[in-house]
Design a protein around this ligand. Structure first.
Ligand code: ATP
Ligand code: MG
Length: 1110
């Protein structure tokens, strides 16, 4: 819920009354009726002032959610409907903000929901207090202490499946900010008799069943246990499994909780060993054995369980065995050993089991305290939560009920004290006169029980310590004497004769009138239970155990600290601890939760009136209400009071501007409320009777109804008007839109019609124009056609005329020619026959020749000597002339060509001519050379510094310089050589170095041999007798063979002193190398390399040159 400023109150939507103080009239009946009414509406909480009554719903209700926590957080106690959270919040805030230590006292009989209530309080506080890693850990440890204590201290009873069999008081400590720091737990009076015996339909403590069903096989084996419950005497079988209780799962929860609280694994194991030992102990049985002296002595029947138990706890078996058969009594330095009979042995065994278990439980509580204790010494704020058994009234009440009821008497006492005290304080604070309140003070009952001189507990202790035979009967006798006169003590045999005939009071019982009702106690067992005797031999045996925890549990067994004094009795111990508790509670601000269960069947929605009225009575609820109402039933601060009731009078409604108190005064005066009905405190108004409050409430309700009607009326009017205005506005809008739409439609229609009419008119006009245009066009066409026809006719007529004229002219000319011819022929006929024929002939020939020459002049070919073209001959008779003229023209053209030659060009042509003479039609290489000019010097030796030496050798003009291949006779391969030719000799030199290899004078050269093919091979043959002959002939090859040989030939021919060199052209010739003659043979098409010329040595005498086919 958001924090809206809506003031709510407990009084809103109340079912019955939320606070019993407001009950009118007040009686037990109306009180129970109110509880029933609220319970049937799931309102399980009801207040008596600040006390919360809680009914156990026996089903989970959705009232403990996180939302609920938020709802109640930081709200005033009376602001919301009654809830345990309201009380928790009030207590926590008062602790945090006002620094008041708090205690929350939760009482009620078994199964009424005390433990649940205590957990709800703790969880609420945990939810609203501070957060943080450390704080959360503390919270978790505090909360997790519950499952541990419940496993060991709770059991299934007929009244409650998870009944706490011990009283618990827990102090939760907070720092100044209200964050939890830790806690201290105190336990009261564990019901240890349950360890050895359980009433019908009940179970032993949960831990036994949890261990057997939840522990792993390995762990059971270690603890020497068996899963089967029936194997253990101490476990009742008839309700070993409980519906809705999962022992195995709870065991896991327990282990987890122990771990969170901080138990070491070793400690957990030790505790479980003790639990196992208790089970084993229960299985030890005894049998009688007669002694010589006639006494019976007990012996252990089957020692197996004893052995296993001793192994578990590390006890020497013999020691324990002896302790079960003998008992040592020490008196005045004397030790007397007496034997135990079977009954005593069983008593000893059970006493050991009970002690073992209850001491272990106390150790657990201490161990938890050690873990959860606050780690700081700073001052702490404390909130105590007391979850303790409420009044117990059974048919058969014994020592335990007596003790418990005593505790409740004490609690009631401080309740009365504190409530009245608080009440009084408030009156003083508010400046209201204190009127004495008549209430029942139960101090007298407490005194009956706890008085040190003659109180019942003191008498019991006295009996227990008294030498001689002590029985429960002697105890009762004593009471009958000492307490006989007490108003609240009743006994058949007391001196108070009025009970002599009371048959509801058996002889072995006494009755106490507790504040909550009369309770009948049977004295049987009082002495034993108070003694709580454990034979010293057993505690010594336990102390000797080789088990750390056991040693701690039985310190009195330490032989070094033998204490002959009897240990304090149970009653004494309890009185002491109750005393401490009361002193503790008195320092704190009390908050009460009183739990009630609606039925005995643990059923939801069932309300048993008799059961509830019984509880109401012994919880003293009526008493509560009375005390609370003693002065004024109801009080409220001025502000909320005025806020709530201001509508009841005009001056305060709707706003009161002055002080709230004055407002309330005006209000109460206006309402005519009698003055004795209320008092004005400093900050609160006090109302004496609930009647007055209800009167106010009723008036308020009526007023609210009227106001609601008014508001409704105005609201409805406003709503209708707004609706109407809206409709009106909408109507205008709709109408406007509609009109607009209609006009639009109309406009569109007119527009469309206009367009149609317009288009028709335009169409009509256009057609009219078209018709006119078409007519005009036709007229124009007709006119031009007529004109064309007319012009055509005129032209044809003119043409006809011209043609006629031409024909006529021609006819005239023809006629004229004919006529002239006729005239000429007539005139010259006489001459014609003699010479005219010859003359005409000559004339015609002359004319033809004239024309021939004139035409030839125009068609004469170009001046190039190689141009072979010549015009065609026109007349056959001119054939001879025509050829003749062609030859003359060619010669003349040649002459003209030659006349433009220089000397050099002439020499070149002469050489070319010479070459043609030598090679034309003789060697296939020749035609390729015709187009190549003979350059002579291809190497430019004088410009090349590499060939400097050669320049020196050459004193003559160089005719030719080129690179040739010198063919090696041995393999037919060539080597590059420089070939130089001068007028006098030729030189062969190394191409790379310029080294002269041979210099041959031309006169020594006899002939040159070449082939007919398209190759460059040539042999230079030397004269036999010459000086150079010793070098042998040269077989060379060059692409420029034609030029080389022509030049060689010309130098020979030019010098007059020797005959020209013979040029031998054949496909086979002999070359005289140094020693021998080799035949060089040319074969066409023999080459494998396609188009290249190859030379191969065939044998010593034959070199074969393959030339590609042409
Ligand atoms: N507020 C509640 N809402 C729902 N169920 C509840 C509520 N209070 C109690 N119960 C039910 O009642 C049962 C008994 O409650 P609880 O154990 O608190 O009783 P007790 O007063 O502590 O009894 P004992 O004196 O035997 O310990 C719970 O196990 C639970 O089922
Ligand atoms: Mg309980």
């Amino acid at each position: 819920m958001s924090k809206m400023e809506v003031k709510t109150s407990l009084l809103d939507n109340m079912i019955g009354v939320g606070d019993m103080v407001l009950l009118e009239p007040l009686s037990e009946e109306t009180l129970i009726d109110n509880l029933r009414k609220r319970f049937s509406h799931n309102e399980i909480y009801t207040y008596i002032g600040s006390v919360v009554i809680s009914m156990n719903p026996y089903r989970s209700l959705p009232i403990y959610t996180a939302d609920k926590v938020e709802e109640y957080r930081n709200r005033n106690f009376y602001e919301l409907s009654p809830h345990i959270y309201a009380l928790s919040d009030e207590a926590y805030r008062s602790l945090r903000d006002q620094d008041k230590d708090q205690c929350i006292l939760i009482t009620g009989e078994s199964g009424t929901g005390k433990t649940e209530a205590s957990k709800l309080v703790m969880s609420y506080v945990a939810a609203v207090c501070g957060k943080g890693q450390e704080v959360n850990k503390v919270k978790e440890q505090l909360l997790q202490s519950n499952p541990v204590l419940e496993a060991f201290g709770n059991a299934k009873t007929v009244r409650n499946d998870n009944s706490s069999r011990f009283g618990k008081y827990m102090d939760i400590e907070f720092d100044f900010k209200g964050d939890p720091l830790g806690g201290v737990i105190s336990n009261y009076l564990l019901e240890k008799s349950r360890v050895v015996k359980q009433p019908r339909g009940e179970r032993n403590f949960h831990i036994f069943y949890q261990l057997l069903s939840g522990a792993s096989e390995g762990m059971l084996k270690k603890l020497k246990l068996d899963q089967d419950f029936s194997k253990y005497n101490y476990l009742s079988l008839d309700s070993a499994t409980v519906n809705g209780l999962d022992d195995a799962a709870n065991f896991r929860t327990l282990r987890n909780a122990m771990q969170i609280v901080g138990f070491l694994e070793e400690e957990v194991h030790s505790v479980l060993e003790l639990v196992a030992a208790v089970l084993k102990l229960g299985n030890i049985e005894f049998k009688p054995e007669s002694r010589v002296n006639g006494f019976e002595e007990s012996r252990i029947k089957d020692k197996n369980d004893l052995k296993e138990m001793c192994e578990l706890l590390g006890i020497e078996q013999l020691v324990l065995e002896r302790a079960f058969s003998f008992r040592t009594v020490e008196a005045k330095m004397e030790k007397v050993s007496t034997t135990l009979n079977v009954a005593q042995a069983y008593y000893a065994r059970d006493a050991l089991a009970k002690n073992l278990y209850s001491r272990m439980f106390s150790w657990l509580v201490n161990r938890i305290n050690e873990s959860i204790k606050a780690k700081t010494t700073a001052r702490k704020k404390v909130m105590g939560v007391l979850d303790i058994y409420g009044f117990e009234i059974f048919e058969d009440n014994s020592f335990e009920q007596f003790i418990i009821n005593y505790c409740n008497e004490k609690l009631q006492q401080i309740f009365i004290e504190l409530t009245l005290c608080e009440e009084q304080e408030e009156y003083i604070r508010e400046g209201i006169e204190w009127t004495n309140i008549a209430y029942f003070n139960n101090a007298i009952i407490c005194d009956l029980i706890e008085n040190n001189q003659n109180g019942i507990l003191a008498m019991l202790d006295e009996e227990c310590l008294r030498p001689g035979t002590v029985t429960d009967e002697t105890f009762l006798d004593k009471l009958n004497i000492v307490c006989a006169e007490h108003q609240h003590f009743e006994s058949r045999l007391s001196k108070n004769s009025k009970f002599l005939t009371d048959h509801s009071l058996p002889h072995n019982c006494f009755r106490i009138q507790h504040y909550a009702g009369k309770v009948l106690y049977r004295v049987e067992g009082f002495v034993d239970k108070n003694n709580d005797l454990l034979y010293r031999d057993l505690s010594q045996a336990m102390y000797k155990a080789n088990h750390r925890l056991m040693k701690l549990l039985f310190p009195e067994g330490n032989p070094a600290k033998v204490n002959l004094k009897r240990p304090p009795t149970a009653g004494f111990q309890f009185k002491a601890s109750v005393g401490t508790l009361m002193r503790n509670l008195q320092t704190k601000n009390p908050n009460y939760i009183r739990c009630i269960k609606p039925n005995d069947k643990k059923a939801a929605r069932v309300f048993s009136e008799s059961l509830v009225s019984h509880q109401v009575r012994y919880l003293g609820l009526m008493e509560n209400v009375r005390v609370r109402r003693a002065g004024y039933a109801f009080r409220q601060a001025y502000e909320p009071c005025l806020e709530r009731y201001k509508m009841l009078c005009k001056p305060t409604w709707p706003h009161w501007k002055d002080l709230a108190r004055k407002g309330v005064e005006v209000l109460f005066k206006d309402l005519n409320i009698p003055e004795e009905e209320f008092s004005y405190g400093r900050s609160k108004i006090f109302i004496r009777n609930p009647r007055t409050l209800f009167f106010l409430e009723e008036r308020r309700r009526q007023c609210l109804e009227d106001l609601a009607t008014l508001i409704q009326k105005i609201y409805r009017g406003w709503k209708c008007r707004t609706h109407f205005l809206l409709l009106k506005k909408s109507q205008v809008v709709v109408a406007a839109w509609y009109r607009r739409y209609a006009q639009q439609q109309k406009y569109k229609k007119i527009k469309n019609s206009t367009i149609v009419v317009q288009s028709f008119i335009r169409g009509w006009k256009a057609r009219k124009i078209l018709r006119e245009l078409k007519y005009q066009k036709r007229c124009k066409q007709a006119a031009s056609t007529i004109a064309a026809y007319w012009h055509g006719m005129l032209a044809r007529r003119e043409l006809k005329r011209l043609k006629e004229e031409d024909r006529r002219k021609h006819a005239v000319a023809v006629i004229w020619a004919y006529w002239l011819g006729l005239k000429v022929r007539r005139e010259y006929r006489k001459f014609f026959r003699a010479n005219a024929g010859k003359k005409i002939y000559d004339f015609t020939i002359q004319k033809i020749i004239q024309k021939y020459f004139c035409d030839l002049k125009n068609t004469i070919p170009s001046m190039s000597p190689i141009d072979k073209s010549w015009p065609a001959r026109p007349f056959q008779f001119l054939e001879g002339t025509h050829q003749h003229l062609r030859r003359i023209f060619h010669l003349w053209r040649g002459k003209q060509y030659r006349s433009h030659f220089t000397e050099e060009k002439k020499a070149i042509y002469e050489e070319k001519l010479e070459a043609s003479k030598i090679f034309k039609d003789k060697k296939a290489l020749y035609p390729g050379s015709v187009g190549q000019p003979f350059k002579g010097d291809y190497l430019e030796i004088d410009k090349n510094p590499k060939y400097q030496k050669l320049n020196i050798v050459l004193d003559e003009k160089l005719l030719l310089a080129d690179v040739v291949n010198k063919v090696n006779r041995a393999n037919g391969k060539g080597a590059s050589r420089i070939f130089l030719l001068t007028k006098k000799n030729f030189v062969l030199a190394d191409q790379k170095s310029g080294q002269v290899k041979a210099s041959i004078p031309l006169p020594d050269l006899s002939s040159v041999s070449v082939s007919t093919h398209n190759d460059g091979f040539f042999a230079l043959k030397l004269k036999q007798a010459s000086a150079s002959a010793a070098k042998g002939d040269f077989l060379l090859s060059s692409d420029r063979l034609i030029e080389i040989i022509t030049k060689l030939h010309r130098t020979g021919a030019a010098s007059g002193d020797r005959e020209p060199i013979t040029i031998d052209i054949s496909d086979e010739f002999i070359v005289q190398f140094k020693q021998d003659k080799v035949c060089v043979k040319f074969i066409q098409g023999g080459s494998k390399n396609g188009n290249s010329v190859t030379c191969k040595r065939k044998n010593n005498r034959l070199l074969e040159v393959s030339v590609p086919s042409p």
